[in-house]
Design a protein around this ligand. Structure first.
Ligand SMILES: [Zn+2]
Ligand SMILES: [Zn+2]
Length: 101
């Protein structure tokens, strides 16, 4: 079974035509048209693992529920919390072990 038919099985009726059109465009011209109307090359488009729809950058952020900036800030603050819990010696050890790899 192709990915497309897999996604079509669970897609809402009103979403099926877009999935089919995106699949056609992706296959024929390596581009997709996002739901907002923007055309994107596949290298600049993002596909949802769950529903199979392709998105431009901005629509991908809202579909995936988080902006890239929010995700980065979250990671950074997690890392900061982690480092706060370490002693200076443990931090030095971390840097040393990273330098080896
Ligand atoms: Zn999705
Ligand atoms: Zn879009």
């Amino acid at each position: 079974m192709s990915y497309l038919s897999f996604y079509l099985l669970s897609a809402d009726a009103d979403k099926k035509p877009r999935l089919e059109q995106q699949h056609l465009d992706a296959t024929n011209s390596e581009t997709i048209v996002c739901r907002c109307g923007l055309m994107r090359h596949l290298t600049m488009a993002f596909r949802c693992l769950y529903c199979g729809e392709w998105f431009c950058f901005t629509c991908a952020e809202s579909h995936f529920g988080q902006t890239v900036q929010e995700w980065r800030d979250e990671k950074r603050s997690k890392l900061r919390d982690e480092l706060n819990d370490l002693t200076t010696e443990q931090i030095k050890e971390r840097i040393r072990s990273r330098a080896v790899h």
